[in-house]
Ligand binder design. Structure first.
Ligand code: NIG
Ligand code: ZN
Length: 413
């Protein structure tokens, strides 16, 4: 099956050679071809260029993209999209003055979602989750990292990871699974955190590894959750099972989690709403991707990750949604882009680089996703007719997507 997309107003994120990620000043460049064509064979990009040089060949299907932009689909490298129920009551509690931390202290928050998930069957969890998968795919997401972490016991952590596996088997979207058993301390272990960490290390990890259910390991390294020592112990254990860290750090407090992640070769360190100079220096000497989650800052009214500071320090940055029921009940990467531009003073070029190629790196798939490169998978967004790509983050809140193509096929959800 050969698909031709012709008369593309502008083909964005064209990278001739394989690159791992983009940092610093280079993030302000978004290579593109105006009046372009793109040729796809089955799942793969096989050619692209200017319409001026296009030689007519026989194809199975043609899409005329006159007036429209084509770009790589988003690579959302941080989500908790598999969850049960919602937390809209806590949303109203926060409007009435309670903080995210206060809600968590009184047994709400992650523990609230864990209780709901433990009482939800695997099939029901799958059904609820795939509605969200369909929704984010239609909004332009072509690759997703999904975390466990709302199970908080052996049975339910495995339930979450098996649901992720099932999604992977049934949807064309690229999926990476992350084990986040250390998301919160369950009520039964309220006074025995060590006991819960033992359970993670000695029971959950071996079982997950046996079933091949996870690619990465995550810890919520934060005051009131898991300390630096706890985090180190869990990352070390994960390392033995070949799980690379992608960790939650510096959401509310900066106390060395970034350096710790780097010490264990974390693929990414995520959140970073609180960031100090030592963190920046540590990142400058690493291959770890800093990941910002602006929709979370928006929803919780907490500081935005200082993305400008990261990029000005010559660092890369990825943008992800953090889709979850508590701090970010939205997986809309278009909103993430707008919010990064508006609130973090990130330019549209930087934001698109952060949500495509750098997002792909942050989930370990940059060899096959995140740019228009011959040989990469054809995961694409075709926009509606828009004046320029600036319009995408500028006209926030509207859907500018006409079609989404995942692995060479148009998705209709
Ligand atoms: N902060 C830790 N985990 C999630 C929120 C979890 C929740 O509130 O349910 C996050 O990344 O924002
Ligand atoms: Zn998260």
């Amino acid at each position: 099956m050969v698909l031709l997309i012709k008369n593309i107003k502008e083909l964005l994120q064209v990278r001739e050679s394989q690159i791992k990620f983009i940092s610093g000043k280079e993030m302000s460049t978004l290579p593109s071809i105006k009046n372009a064509f793109l040729l796809i064979e089955n799942e793969t990009i096989i050619d692209y260029g200017s319409m001026v040089h296009f030689k007519n060949i026989s194809v199975d299907k043609t899409i005329d993209a006159t007036g429209k932009m084509v770009m790589p689909a988003y690579c959302d490298s941080h989500t908790h999209i598999v969850y049960a129920g919602n937390r809209e009551l806590e949303f109203v509690d926060r409007i009435n003055g309670l903080s995210y931390e206060e809600i968590a202290k009184r047994g709400g928050g992650i523990l609230n979602s864990a209780k709901t998930l433990q009482n939800t069957s695997e099939d029901a969890l799958y059904e609820q989750s795939i509605q969200r998968i369909k929704e984010v795919m239609a909004l332009g997401t072509g690759a997703l990292e999904i975390k466990s972490g709302y199970g908080l016991n052996v049975e339910s952590e495995l339930k979450m990871l098996r649901v992720i596996k099932r999604i992977k088997e049934n949807f064309p979207i690229e999926i990476k699974a992350t084990f986040l058993g250390a998301h919160a301390i369950p009520l039964e272990y309220k006074n025995d955190k060590k006991g819960y960490i033992d359970l993670i290390i000695n029971v959950m990890l071996p079982e997950i590894s046996k079933e091949g259910l996870a690619n990465y390991i995550d810890v919520f390294c934060e005051k009131g959750y898991f300390s630096l020592e706890d985090t180190e112990q869990i990352l070390k254990a994960g390392e033995k099972f070949g799980l690379i860290p992608k960790i939650h750090v510096n959401q509310f407090n900066a106390f060395g989690g970034v350096s710790l992640g780097i010490k264990y070769n974390a693929l990414s360190v995520d959140h970073l709403e609180e960031l100090n100079d030592e963190d920046i220096t540590a990142l400058q000497n690493s291959l770890t991707m800093p990941v910002a989650l602006p929709s979370c800052s928006y929803f919780l009214s907490i500081p935005y990750t200082p993305g400008r500071k990261l990029i000005n320090a010559g660092l890369p940055m990825a943008l992800a949604s953090d889709y979850n029921p508590g701090s970010t009940p939205s997986g809309n990467m278009n909103f993430v882009l707008s919010t990064a531009c508006i609130k973090m003073k990130i330019t549209p070029e930087e934001a698109i680089n952060a949500a495509t190629i750098n997002g792909a790196y942050a989930m370990g798939i940059a060899d096959n996703y995140g740019s228009i490169t011959i040989g990469k998978k054809a995961n694409l967004i075709i926009t509606k007719k828009i004046p320029s790509y600036y319009y995408l983050p500028y006209a926030f809140g509207d859907n500018h997507i006409d079609q989404v193509i995942i692995k060479g096929e148009s998705i209709l959800y």
